[in-house]
Design a protein around this ligand. Structure first.
Ligand code: XCC
Length: 652
């Protein structure tokens, strides 16, 4: 196990190197000088964190406890009920998976509801923006498409998706099975990990982890795997239906980092995860531009944080302000008029910073409110009205900001980026070289040794590491070793902000093979691309990890092997959320080695540790690589991907 020096952590936020993002660093100095408390200060105040919780051996499942595991023998080595370390660690871990699966799949459910209501004429502000994707999804899940209108088909797709949430039989979730390769279907059926229905698997995890139910760590973890595959079902539904409603992303240029905030404009930040309202704000902002100008603004500047930011970047080129851990720093610029949030990864601490600067914090979802904020209830029947209300509030706040004459502090850092690489967009790039079999362009590049393999970059921010440094260190090291990188979530915001999502980064960091591959793709596509291709290929938000799953499945099918043989690895350098735990679990259950750079609470049980790092590999072909040092992690990822490529070449 990697050792983490927890006792000697510096308590004072001023004394430690907190990030390698220059904009965040400038804002951190500013917030410290001005006594504005942010996550970075709260992290310091939390040190040293509880060692029992950190290792996953604090049990709070019933209130006879909390019980903590003290030592390896005697009565103190068990909870009051007799639960051993391995039971407690496994139960805590799979409850995190259930939390993650709930978040992703409830996000998906919102989209299914919008699609369904639209098909019934009850969501008039929404439309089908990608009818081809609708047909493609319908066909994939086994619906007959001939002779049906788009609206009829939309309704059938929505009903099939609803079914995946609450099916009572056990043949497996449709949206998952339709996208798996045959060998993985067999694997999940053999190991009893094929999810029956999303809601059911979450409920089952909550049941089996109740006091006095499942005590067997291996059985618990297999239950967690099934739940994480339910999570993947929810992610696939979210991505597919978002593309149908809002369009499938295509390459688009934009910018990232706090320098995208323009003080002379009405600044609205879109933050959270769900595109149902944010897309409406984007569309409506264009229409209300003149109102903003009449109020004395140079226009309306939208920017994004977290995965709502990724959604609107991918489809509309809306710039990225920052990522999860720096959300308060964006508000501390004093130039944000409204921060509109939906669900997930929204720090309650935002409110205090908003109050310092008269920034209006607007919540929009019934299940996600913050005391002291404004609430514009989102309903799909009157989505546009809500979006207009939010934009007018921002215009009003802009006027107050200008009248107050209050100074702003916007760091002048931003970088150019190219994003918008849906699975379809990637295939489209490859199709310019091989129209008959696009994916073969990627699989052949590995077999020919031009690139080493593929790495998925995913996940969050976690102050266990220096904010964003592990992300950028790993990306640079993989690039040097010719690894083709795709990614989602906050790690891609780090890449974008720090100039690793453009062609300049290819020139600076890519090894000769990777550069040749990216140049070759560009040459074949240059008539339709807005610029040269980037070093890292942004595939979207957290739920869009399903696009990455679609990519490795296509590669496995092309090679004619099961996924564990594909030269593909994954990394979450700063994993943090329950969603990341669910994603990481289905990544290894897919047969992909997955590095995590911040320690998940597993160290309290050697048995569970060995299950996720070793035994998982024997069963599913993937395993966790838990490593806090980014350089060591990069080497382990490179070794893993090279080994797979070498083995594959022998057998081809
Ligand atoms: Fe949240 Fe999706 Fe994590 Fe970022 S990466 S901190 S979950 S916003 Ni998905």
């Amino acid at each position: 196990k990697p050792s983490v020096d927890r006792k000697n952590r510096k308590k004072n936020v001023k004394d430690i190197k907190r990030t390698n993002d220059p904009a965040a660093l400038e804002m951190l100095d500013y917030t410290i000088e001005n006594n504005i408390i942010t996550a970075f200060d709260r992290w310091s105040a939390q040190q040293p964190q509880c060692a029992f919780g950190y290792q996953g051996i604090c049990c709070r499942i019933c209130f006879a406890g909390p019980c903590r595991i003290k030592g390896l023998e005697g009565p103190g080595s068990m909870g009051i009920c007799g639960a051993k370390d391995y039971t407690i660690v496994a139960r805590n871990a799979i409850r995190m998976m259930a939390g993650g699966a709930s978040a992703h799949s409830d996000h998906g459910r919102e989209l299914v509801e919008v699609l369904y209501h639209m098909s019934e004429g009850k969501a008039p502000d929404y439309e089908i923006r990608d009818a081809d994707k609708l047909k493609c999804v319908a066909k994939k899940i086994g619906l007959e498409i001939e002779g049906k209108t788009d609206i009829e088909l939309a309704k059938e797709v929505a009903l099939a998706a609803f079914e995946d949430y609450g099916r009572h039989t056990s043949e497996g979730t449709t949206f998952l099975k339709a996208n798996l390769c045959e060998k993985r279907i067999k694997k999940y059926e053999e190991t009893d990990t094929m999810p029956r229905a999303i809601d059911r698997e979450v409920v089952e995890v909550m049941h089996r982890t109740h006091v006095g139910v499942d005590a067997d760590p291996v059985n618990l973890i297999f239950g967690g795997v099934k739940c994480s595959l339910a999570d993947l079902t929810g992610e696939q539904i979210s991505t597919d239906i978002s593309d149908i409603l809002f369009g499938t992303p295509k390459p688009v240029m934009s910018e990232a980092n706090l320098g995208v905030i323009e003080p002379d404009k009405v600044n609205i930040i879109l933050h959270g995860h769900n595109p149902v309202l944010s897309q409406m704000v984007v569309d409506t902002a264009r229409e209300l531009e003149d109102e903003a100008k009449a109020a004395g603004a140079a226009g309306i500047q939208l920017s994004g944080i977290c995965c709502t930011g990724n959604e609107v970047l991918m489809r509309n080129g809306v710039p990225i302000a920052t990522s999860y851990m720096a959300q308060e720093l964006a508000i501390a610029t004093g130039a944000v008029d409204v921060c509109v949030v939906d669900v997930q990864c929204i720090m309650p601490g935002l409110r205090n910073v908003c109050e310092c600067f008269n920034t209006k914090l607007v919540t929009t979802m019934a299940i996600s409110k913050i005391p002291g904020s404004y609430h514009f209830s989102f309903e799909d029947a009157k989505a546009k009205q809500s979006a207009e209300g939010i934009i007018r509030l921002a215009i009003e706040t802009f006027k107050q900001r200008k009248e107050s004459g209050r100074p702003v502090q916007v760091p002048q850092f931003k970088n150019k980026l190219m994003a918008g690489f849906s699975f379809e967009a990637l295939l489209d790039l490859f199709a310019a070289i091989n129209p008959d079999n696009p994916i073969k362009v990627l699989t052949d590049a590995i077999i020919d040794g031009e690139i080493t393999g593929v790495c998925a970059l995913a996940g969050c921010n976690n102050l266990e590491a220096v904010y964003e440094k592990s992300h950028t260190d790993i990306i640079k090291e993989l690039a040097k070793n010719d690894v083709f990188m795709v990614g989602t979530g906050c790690v891609m915001q780090a890449a974008a902000k720090q100039g690793l999502m453009n062609y300049e980064a290819v020139e600076e960091y890519a090894g000769p093979g990777l550069k040749k591959f990216i140049d070759r793709l560009y040459e074949a596509n240059k008539d339709k691309l807005p610029d040269k291709l980037p070093l890292t290929f942004h595939m979207g938000s957290c739920v869009d990890n399903s696009r990455i799953f679609n990519l490795w499945t296509a590669m496995a099918n092309e090679y004619g092997v099961d996924v564990p043989k594909v030269p593909f690895v994954a990394t979450a350098p700063e994993g943090m959320s329950e969603k990341a735990v669910a994603i990481g679990t289905w990544v290894i259950a897919s047969g992909i080695p997955c590095h995590v750079g911040a320690m998940p609470p597993l160290e309290g049980s050697n048995l569970v540790w060995s299950v996720v790092t070793c035994i998982a590999h024997d069963v599913f072909g993937g395993n966790f690589i838990l490593e806090t040092d980014p350089q060591v992690a990069a080497q382990k990822l490179i070794e893993a991907v090279k080994y797979r490529a070498w083995k594959l070449k022998i057998h081809m």
